[in-house]
Design a protein around this ligand. Structure first.
Ligand code: BES
Ligand code: ZN
Ligand code: ZN
Length: 490
């Protein structure tokens, strides 16, 4: 979505719609917008719109301001506010406008909202508006492709950089969403690797792809075990952003990229299995984040590693009871072939550790258990370094995404012991599925490397429509990873 800046006030913008955010009954317009504030407040007073999160309403302006329509969008009450609600309100407004055939949108250049700086507002509202303009329509033969809408921030802007960032991040999200929403037959490890190479070239990143033969030579027995039941080969995709701070150690972002998780021989039940095409969303978040990081010219060096494989049953598939050797030599007893994400991740984490990084952060749709713990309201973060987890939680909060920390107690690590190999891929006891998975991963992180694991199984995609988004990939995690990478001074 093209985003521009214009000094002409919002009331004089000749666009299809002027958008005003509401916190409950309060229009969040900055001082100097008395006329528009009055008008907006008057309209909503006589409507069902109460400024709740996800609520929106459209009013014809009948010439009272230059825009044809006034769209109001709610962010809920102050006590429930988090940055994500502002981003979602912007997306909701654009989605509502587009459904009514509107193409050009105008927003005030600043907002009166406690705890949200002008630059945060620019990034959240700009990025949200872009997200609201997205449709996954590749396989819709009857729908006409809608024109790409435009957005203008109206009024004085001191610092334009966050608006430019919003536009760049929006573009990264939209292009990656097409890959993330692709079915397993289309977004295969090979096609994702091809797409990553193209994206890298366009954005000044380097990209290296390791196929089955190279992975076998390196001893990456985890990712190969997962993909051995599939006719589609595995790919380890390594993207590098050099950064300007040549002396700094890189941070490494690792993404689980299981293009379809049938469960393998430990086959999943049929109901809802189609959603397992979104089991690649950790990798998709890393892919989008790498594109954002390149466009933002982040100072610190960043490496992205995607472990891409398909988990299928078949005569060559890994069997429960098989013992495999992961990269670096640790043996794993595979007691459940559906706990495959961790097998892919440990090879990628091993390769990340080879880079002597400042930190490793992995992102994965790893456990159904995290949905039981946090639902879709937050993702879980776990790890070996309190400061790293804290920094990620803070970056997430600024970026409008929520993280909640879970512990990795020794009991969880003990539960992962195997009688026949170094470690088992499932826990001996029931419960704490998210933490035992993290405890498993932790065993593959060398001493002294700060590491965090983010489980996005509950947040990576929507199964039913929300006002701000149609069903499909959310790309949760991309925004927080870009925010965190950009915050690193070193
Ligand atoms: N991809 C799934 C986790 C998942 C489940 C993501 C539901 C999103 C929604 C993962 O590979 C898996 O199957 N995990 C198992 C682990 C178990 C066998 C220890 C799970 O969570 O049930
Ligand atoms: Zn699985
Ligand atoms: Zn999985």
């Amino acid at each position: 979505m093209k985003i521009t800046i214009s000094p002409t006030p919002l009331t004089e913008q000749k666009k299809d719609a002027a958008v005003v955010f509401f916190q409950g009954t309060e229009a969040l317009l900055p001082v100097g917008n008395t006329k528009l504030k009055k008008l907006a407040t008057e309209y909503v007073k006589h409507s069902a719109f109460k400024g709740q999160a996800g609520q929106t309403a459209t009013f014809p302006t009948a010439g009272k301001i230059a825009a044809k329509q006034l769209i109001v969008a709610g962010i809920g009450e102050a006590k429930d506010f988090h940055n994500g609600l502002l981003e979602q309100a912007a997306a909701t407004a654009v989605r509502a406008g587009r459904a009514a055939g509107l193409k050009s949108f105008a927003l005030a250049s600043s907002i009166k909202l406690k705890g949200v700086s002008e630059t945060d507002y620019h990034l959240l509202a700009g990025r949200g508006a872009c997200w609201g303009s997205y449709d996954y329509s590749k396989y819709k033969t009857t729908e006409k492709k809608k024109a790409t809408p435009t957005l203008v921030f109206a009024g004085a802007v001191k610092d334009r950089s966050a608006i430019k960032t919003a536009e760049a991040q929006g573009a990264a999200l939209l292009s990656t969403a097409d890959v993330a929403n692709g079915p397993g037959s289309d977004s295969t490890p090979e096609n994702i690797a091809k797409w990553a190479k193209k994206m890298a070239k366009e954005n000044g990143l380097s990209c290296q792809v390791l196929g089955d033969a190279e992975l076998a030579k390196k001893g990456c027995g985890g990712i190969l075990a997962v993909s051995q039941g599939s006719a589609k080969g595995a790919k380890m995709i390594i993207l590098k952003h050099a950064g300007t701070n040549k002396k700094a150690k890189p941070i490494v972002l690792v993404g689980k990229t299981v293009t379809f998780d049938s469960g393998g021989i430990s086959l999943k039940p049929g109901r809802g299995m189609g959603w397992m095409r979104y089991d690649k969303c950790g990798g998709m978040a890393v892919l989008a984040a790498m594109q954002m990081i390149a466009r933002m010219k982040v100072k610190t060096p960043v490496v992205g590693i995607l472990g891409a494989a398909e988990n299928m049953p078949g005569s060559d598939a890994i069997r429960p009871g098989d013992i495999i050797t992961a990269y670096k030599g640790k043996t794993i007893e595979v007691l459940n072939t559906d706990a495959e994400g961790r097998l892919v991740l440990v090879d990628a984490i091993g390769m990340a550790a080879d880079l002597k990084p400042a930190a490793i952060v992995d992102m994965a749709t790893l456990t159904g258990a995290v949905i039981g713990a946090l639902g879709a309201a937050a993702s879980a973060v776990l790890g070996n370094d309190a400061q790293l987890a804290g920094n990620l939680i803070d970056s997430a909060s600024t970026a409008g995404e929520r993280l909640w920390q879970l512990p990795i107690y020794k009991e969880y690590t003990d539960d992962m012991k195997s009688d026949f190999a170094d470690i088992s891929n499932i826990s001996k006891s029931n419960g704490a599925g998210t933490a035992t998975a993290a405890a498993f991963l932790q065993e593959f992180v060398p001493e002294g490397i700060p590491w965090a694991h983010i489980d996005i199984a509950g947040t990576a995609w929507l199964e039913s429509a929300k006002p701000h988004q149609a069903p499909g990939a959310t790309l949760f995690g991309a925004r927080l990873l870009a925010q965190w990478a950009d915050s690193i001074k070193g």
